[in-house]
Ligand binder design. Structure first.
Ligand SMILES: *Cc1c(COP(=O)(O)O)cnc(C)c1O
Length: 387
């Protein structure tokens, strides 16, 4: 009997090793892994470059307290600054910590400019921002918050796409609007670029902050470093996590100097966040993602992938309702419950994972090859045919 608590509904399959896009199970089967730890292993399994980086750092120093200077973190932060909207970065260990830090920064900003009453965050109903007490109430999901009262106050919600309610919910207590540019867990729902631009305008007009949660869609997943870059806007605060560590737990909150000034010594901290081992891996991930042509290639292969999936949808219009997503954050919205479909894919050696709204989430590593995409296409087509 497992001594692990039952809070996960685990599939009965374990892996002994991985390589690139593939996983090898303990019972000797080879799977094409288009889950990649839920968009975490951005460079696939057992990436030689990342292995070298982590080994090299492991022999030097793993962890020191943030009470000291950490050059590896200085380097990672300054590279993020150089390549993005951000002026400052705080490192964390996970997505929920990063989004929660984003909320803290927004509140602390208004506190610091003498408007402490502006402390409420406006979020999309049934979004996903993590599993800490604050972030489950930010997500506004009944399922995730059930049994975890008392309610953490300070969050208001509007329905996805309901612009009227969004505007109505902003009041003089609102500090920020927080949305995922592409809702991952929520079913790969893309906030259109014009909506992001409109959100930016509303935030400017109301003098509130725009937080874009790029924990899942960020760090190259969309084909740009950040998904919001397609809209050409600049957010104020952006939490990231999943992809930046390539499998090593790293979170971060990125922010402009306008808001960062409020984070003075003692206002926030983390024991593990930003340690040398994590930062060295983060730097190695960026070495690859910032390589010339890397993001362009994601755009190219993902366009091919989306086209092929559209073709399958056209051939099986009674099974697939919609192909969603941007870049390599892809969702197949099915007419029926997606679990059976995911199981069939697994039986055919393709691993995918579900998202809300009957969506099958497809998350290849960012360095996936056309050959591997073709293999996935073949399996998806076969499962549609047999269904
Ligand atoms: C996964 C995710 C989180 C939470 O990340 P954890 O590392 O699981 O805490 C937050 N926001 C979004 C958009 C995510 O996809």
């Amino acid at each position: 009997m497992s001594a692990l608590a039952k809070n996960y509904n685990r599939r009965k399959i374990a892996f002994k090793r991985g390589k690139g896009s593939f996983l090898y199970s303990t019972n000797g089967k080879k799977y094409l892994d288009f889950v990649q730890g839920i968009a975490v292993n951005s460079l696939g399994h057992a990436n030689p470059y990342l292995i070298r980086a982590i080994n090299k750092q492991a022999k030097k120093v793993w962890h020191v307290s943030n009470a000291f200077l950490i050059p590896e973190g200085e380097k990672l932060a300054s590279r993020l600054k150089q390549r993005t909207f951000a002026d400052y970065v705080i490192f964390q260990n996970s997505g929920a910590e990063a989004t929660e830090a984003a909320i803290k920064v927004a509140r602390r900003y208004f506190y610091s400019i003498g408007k402490p009453h502006k402390n409420r965050i406006l979020c999309i109903k049934n979004s996903f921002h993590g599993r800490t007490l604050a972030t489950i109430f930010a997500s506004g999901s009944k399922k995730m918050t059930e049994g975890y009262g008392p309610k953490v106050d300070g969050f208001d919600h509007f329905e996805f796409g309901d612009h009227h309610s969004l505007k109505k919910k902003i009041n003089n207590k609102t500090a920020a609007i927080m949305v995922e540019p592409i809702m991952g867990e929520g079913g790969i729902k893309v906030v259109p670029d014009w909506c992001l631009r409109e959100l930016r305008k509303i935030c400017n007009k109301k003098k509130i902050l725009l937080i874009l949660d790029e924990v899942q869609c960020g760090v190259g997943r969309s084909g740009k470093f950040f998904a919001f870059e397609y809209s050409k806007i600049k957010p104020d605060i952006v939490p990231i996590a999943k992809g930046i560590g390539g499998g090593f737990p790293i979170g971060a909150v990125l922010m402009t100097k306008k808001v960062a000034f409020c984070m003075v010594p003692g206002t926030h901290g983390s024991t593990f966040g930003g340690n040398p081992l994590a930062m060295s891996v983060g730097n190695a991930v960026l070495d690859q993602i910032f390589k010339k042509g890397f993001l362009k290639n994601i755009q190219k292969v993902s366009k091919y992938f989306h086209n092929e999936l559209d073709n399958i949808k056209n051939d099986y219009p009674k099974i697939i309702k919609d192909v969603r997503g941007v870049g390599l954050l892809i969702g197949l919205k099915l007419f029926k419950n997606q679990s059976k479909f995911i199981k069939k894919l697994e039986m055919n050696k393709l691993l995918t994972i579900k998202a809300a709204e009957n969506v099958v989430r497809i998350l290849p590593p960012l360095n996936v090859s056309k050959f591997e995409i073709d293999l996935a296409i073949k399996i998806i087509r076969k499962v549609c045919k047999e269904l």
